[in-house]
Design a protein around this ligand. Structure first.
Ligand SMILES: [Ca+2]
Ligand SMILES: [Ca+2]
Ligand SMILES: [Ca+2]
Ligand SMILES: [Ca+2]
Length: 463
């Protein structure tokens, strides 16, 4: 499936890389790939038309940081995405180094967590993942931090412009060994939250409709208490009634939880897919634009795995160059960085198990492309009413009478966030009958017969 093109990354040296996000850092309307560094600089990789070039200044590069995870979202409603960088100078429990919350004012970035009015909000518990969550659906996001050895945190900006921790108010302040997170409407019609835990049951938080949550992992069949859940993403499988959840485990069985009528989940991973391994991240994306998502497992020190929907079932398929048998995978993200309608895959490497402490082996980043083909495609970028990417919105695409559904990524896999675009491969279809966008507040917009072969921006509907 994949061809390596890492030579397109300027100055791609061995390093300890972890989480990746895709966001417009410099405000020019195009997305950059932001890669965290552990005891090394964060990278902001910008496509200059032929190469990916690092444009990070000293503040965002933060070379003294121990960055593990990263997420972007518009916290203050100015239409620009802020960047939350989770630093963990140890694996669990109390830590020394604070996190960063970078916000841009004009052309000037500053760290909101370093401002005196937010001094009480410093996160002093080691953690792994951070993702964006718009729990009320009003277009102002919070950041959920999965702590290890302390309660989950939810950082939101108050009306007075101060950061506050809303985790208790939302009912998600449980204590776990938090790993991968996923925030999107997969149970209710508002933004729900799934959290993998290593060494304990996973958490499944259903949004009660008012931005508060109930935890129902056990009753819905996804607690999986005996195994170490690490990474999670949503899957649009053929015939699924709603989103499925692909959960990658660290040295345990992989799960493909499919929703049944009634709301319970059943694991449909066959023995080949569920085979144990050191999974560090998972991605569901249509890499070849045939209209069906592939499932990519990024492993640590073992060959990666890829499954495609072929002959009405999930089958292991050839990764090509992305097999990486000796890759120490930590995180991975997708984006169509060169604008040709096919997704690129960026894989970060470096850390040893533990994620929050040093000792890993530095490795360069890997960038992969797929071969050109004649399959159609359509990419959809919904915006909040402030004009920022509407992470957590759900887009349904109907072509040739078949429906596909995607959620705009607010955080998934492990430590990472994908591009905030609903990417649809169309196979042989040459037209789309209908697109439906549903924002996190339930607002919907319908686009009949949208043009294909382009990135379609869908603004929040006017009042
Ligand atoms: Ca940009
Ligand atoms: Ca903002
Ligand atoms: Ca495909
Ligand atoms: Ca591309």
């Amino acid at each position: 499936m994949f061809f390596e093109c890492s030579r397109l990354i300027d100055g791609n040296q061995p390093r300890l890389s972890n989480g990746i996000t895709v966001t417009d850092v410099d405000g020019d309307g195009a997305f950059e790939l932001v890669v965290t560094g552990y005891a090394t600089n964060n990278l902001i990789l910008k496509w200059d038309g032929s190469r990916l070039v690092d444009i990070a200044g000293p503040l965002l590069a933060d070379a003294s940081g121990c960055a593990v995870a990263i997420a972007a979202a518009d916290v203050d409603g100015d239409g620009r995405e802020e960047l939350y960088v989770l630093n963990s100078d140890r694996a669990s429990g109390p830590k020394e180094m604070g996190d960063r919350l970078f916000a841009c004012f004009g052309k000037h970035w500053l760290d909101l967590l370093a401002q005196p009015e937010n001094a009480g909000m410093a996160n002093r518990i080691a953690g792994r993942s951070v993702i964006a969550m718009d729990r009320h659906g009003h277009g102002r996001y919070g950041f959920v931090v999965a702590a290890d050895g302390g309660p989950f945190r939810l950082f939101e900006l108050s009306r007075r412009g101060r950061l506050e921790d809303a985790a208790e108010d939302a009912g998600i302040d449980l204590i776990g060994a938090g790993r991968g997170l996923l925030a999107m409407p997969f149970l209710s019609d508002r933004v729900d939250l799934f959290a993998c835990n290593e060494g304990g049951p996973n958490f499944l938080f259903r949004n009660l409709g008012d931005g508060t949550y109930e935890e129902i992992a056990e009753e819905r069949g996804v607690a999986d208490s005996r195994f170490a859940g690490r990474a999670v993403t949503a899957v649009d499988g053929p015939g699924y009634g709603g989103f499925g959840l692909l959960v990658g485990a660290w040295e345990g069985p992989q799960r493909l939880f499919v929703q049944r009528s009634g709301g319970g989940f059943v694991d449909e991973a066959d023995p080949e897919m569920s085979f144990p391994g050191r999974v560090s991240s998972v991605i569901a994306a249509d890499f070849d634009n045939d209209g069906y998502e592939e499932l990519f497992f990024n492993l640590h020190g073992e060959p990666n795995r890829l499954f495609g929907w072929r002959d009405d079932r999930w089958q292991a398929i050839d990764l090509g160059d992305a097999l990486e048998p000796k890759g120490l995978g930590t995180g991975a993200a997708v984006a169509d960085i060169d604008g040709d309608g096919r997704l690129e895959l960026l894989v970060a490497h470096g850390h040893g198990e533990g994620g929050g402490h040093g000792g890993g082996s530095p490795q360069p980043l890997s960038l992969y492309r797929t071969a050109a083909n004649h399959n159609g495609w359509l990419r959809v970028l919904p915006l909040t009413h402030y004009g920022a990417p509407a992470r957590g919105a759900v887009v349904t695409c109907t072509a040739n009478g078949r429906r596909q559904v995607r959620s705009v990524c607010a955080g998934s896999g492990y430590l990472c966030q994908m591009e905030p675009v609903a990417h649809f491969g169309l196979g042989a279809a040459r037209a789309v009958e209908r697109l439906e966008v549903r924002w996190p507040d339930g607002m919907t917009a319908i686009v009949e017969n949208p043009p294909i072969g382009r990135l379609l921006t869908v603004p929040y509907p006017p009042e």
